[in-house]
Design a protein around this ligand. Sequence first.
Ligand SMILES: NC(=O)c1ccc[n+]([C@@H]2O[C@H](COP(=O)([O-])OP(=O)(O)OC[C@H]3O[C@@H](n4cnc5c(N)ncnc54)[C@H](O)[C@@H]3O)[C@@H](O)[C@H]2O)c1
Ligand SMILES: N[C@@H](CCO)C(=O)O
Length: 781
Amino acid sequence: MTKNIHKFGGSSLSSAQRYKSVAGIILEHTQPGDCVVVSAAGKTTDTLVKLWQSYQQQDTHVIADILLQLNNHQIDLIEQLLQANTKRNALKILNEELSTITLLAQTGQLQEAQLLAHGELWSARVLAAYLQELNVDACVHDARALFTLNDGQLLHEQNTQQCANLIAHNKINVVTGFIAANTAGDTVTLGRNGSDYSATLLANYCHAKQVCIWTDTQGVFSTDPRKVSKAIKYAKVCRGQANLLARLGNPVLHAKTLSPLKNTDIKLSVRSSFDVQASSTDIVKEGSAKQKRFITTLQNIDLLIVENLSEGDIAHVSQLIQHSLHHFSQNGETYLVVPAISTHQVISYFEGRANINESSLHGCAVIAPEQDISKLDLLAINLLNSHAIEPRFAHQDSGYILLLTDQVIDSDILSILHDKLINKGQEIALIVAGLGNVGEVFIEQLSTQVERLSDDFSIKLVGLVRSQKMLFNPNGIGVSQWKTQFQLEASDYQNQTLLNAIDELDYEHKVIVDITASEKFSRLYPDFVEMDCHLISANKYAGTAPTNWYKALRTSISERNLHWRYNTSVGAGLPINFALADLQHSGDKITRIEGVFSGTLSWLCSKYDGSIIFSDLVLEAQKMGFTEPDPREDLSGRDMQRKLLILARELGVELNLEDISLSALMPDELAQGSWDDFLSKKSQLDSFIQEHAKRAKAKNSVLRYTGLLEIAENEVIAKVGIAYVLQSDVLASLTPGDNIFVINSKWYSDNALVIQGPGAGKEVTAAGVHSDLYWLVQNLR
Ligand SMILES: NC(=O)c1ccc[n+]([C@@H]2O[C@H](COP(=O)([O-])OP(=O)(O)OC[C@H]3O[C@@H](n4cnc5c(N)ncnc54)[C@H](O)[C@@H]3O)[C@@H](O)[C@H]2O)c1
Ligand SMILES: N[C@@H](CCO)C(=O)O
């Protein structure tokens, strides 16, 4: 049974490498019976159109050149993808076909649709053959045997039957997009972007569950992401809005692509074949997704007034000019928005019923939930006016505003409009993992923060995650009663359950706040990023992961325009990362950071004077919420080593943890075993500390634990460890629990910049996580 239809466009098949990637996607995402619809490879259709034009002009030289170009491109693909007999066969057929085209061109018998059909025939054949070489049971279908039209109308019943007869249930069916046949058996095309249409038609005829359009964008965005970097990718868009978008200038989907889905449950997804891990946009039935805000631009259009415009006219004209059309009524007149290039054709079609009302217009359309339209209309006009753009024609209708102007809406204006019209009122879903010392306080402080940020965004807490249990409610969890709700409703935690729940969220933005101390949880970051989640981490594991993993994470975060904030991973709430970033942005070069970067070790060393045994102080620090869940992470120096690595990476220094030398503040053998094992041997720690304190005292010094990062031209020194500091040293009189960062740079060379203050503690850390949330939201504005 056919469950899924996958469609790959020309850009997804533009080279042998791209074919290989597509084959990889097919291997992973299809099952026997599924169909794979393909467009012509790369720019093949454009080249075939040029060939047709040259044929009409009888330009034999150009015809020969283009044929050579097509031949070379196909040979290149076949040579790189196929082997032995399959390759020889494919080359032979290609040679025969190109000879036939040459002959038909010479004898004046070339037919346009039949010529254009070659693009899809070639790509389907090569892909199917390549799949067979990979031992995939694949067959190829010429869609002219599946889709028949009579006088431009698809014969749905007949086509359903043809698909039932021909689509193989035990193979992967590779189907040519774009082409069909008429009742006489002649080739016809389904128009530009016809392959998307082929895919949804096929889904309808085969009663498939889902169509996936694999393309070169990651989905449907609030506006063109190439022009506006803050464009928001939506996880779900309902069909009504998708349809409106298609008619009002969004190039990702076309109105006719959506038509076969009407009155069906077929899900349509748009995803990137270039970034397979990126999440999709799903086009879902009305009511299954929230209404979103979009802005599209229009260029070079004419506005016609048409008498007695019927749905049949719209269908005919769209077919005629190969373009989605939008029409509306205003003051008793019916208007039709037409690409200026096609106006002449449209006017002739209407035989006197259509007149040009306005010509050579540009402009934009804002699509939004019904209740927002009036206020956005006014705001949009004011914004355009303030940039000296006076709309020549304006129309407000159900769910959209159309503003037609003399000037092109360039990316600068589009960004401003997007900021003010689309970026307001967005919803942010917050998932908080780790409800320990810091996590609890973070949630206690959350309602006041949500209120403070509510001017721009509506923030909803939708997920709470502990190591064993999780509570997830896409509509929001009551912040004040989260504990009771968690006790009553939390279910067992599993990574996949959490990932599925996040994937289903229909929010403009998703933020994972990781306040766990779990390495395992940090390993999910790439999955979160693939689902377009922003990250806030108090957890230090991702920031100190091996360089390759860390860099790959950073790359995919930046490719998706996401944010990752982790200020509390060093110095708790102290603004250390801000300061370093600021110095670097202002052209400074940091050469050295020295100090105490552990709240726990600062507190322990400053408090220890021999009157209370050291291990009791450790237990007290643990109780106060200073230590890591296992305080040996602090005592071993590992936690401070992590912080030094995070600082180094902030400064662009490529290090791994093992590059930072470390001496522990405890005997090595205490690192083994459970926390209880440690407690049973804690006297060893006490003797160890006693011994060091004695040695320090003998040198008129005190025991401290310090870190140093020194960045010279050819050398980086990075170390954390025990230090004996003179009584007169600033570190000797450090307030217990304080961190100190002594920063030297080009500008702070003799007199260092010093940042000092509490470096651990649940309140300051929770506040630091809120600061990260605040700045993340500012970045989204
Ligand atoms: N305490 C501080 O002063 C401070 C300061 C800066 C940064 N941090 C960092 O904040 C994080 C939390 O510190 P804390 O003091 O609140 O620790 P904590 O041990 O009190 O809390 C951590 C919580 O995370 C939960 N958890 C563990 N594994 C999990 C998983 N896989 N999924 C979901 N939840 C999981 C635990 O059950 C626990 O409730 C740590 O990474 C720590 O390094 C703490
Ligand atoms: N355990 C850590 C918490 C802050 O990262 C410390 O004491 O510094």
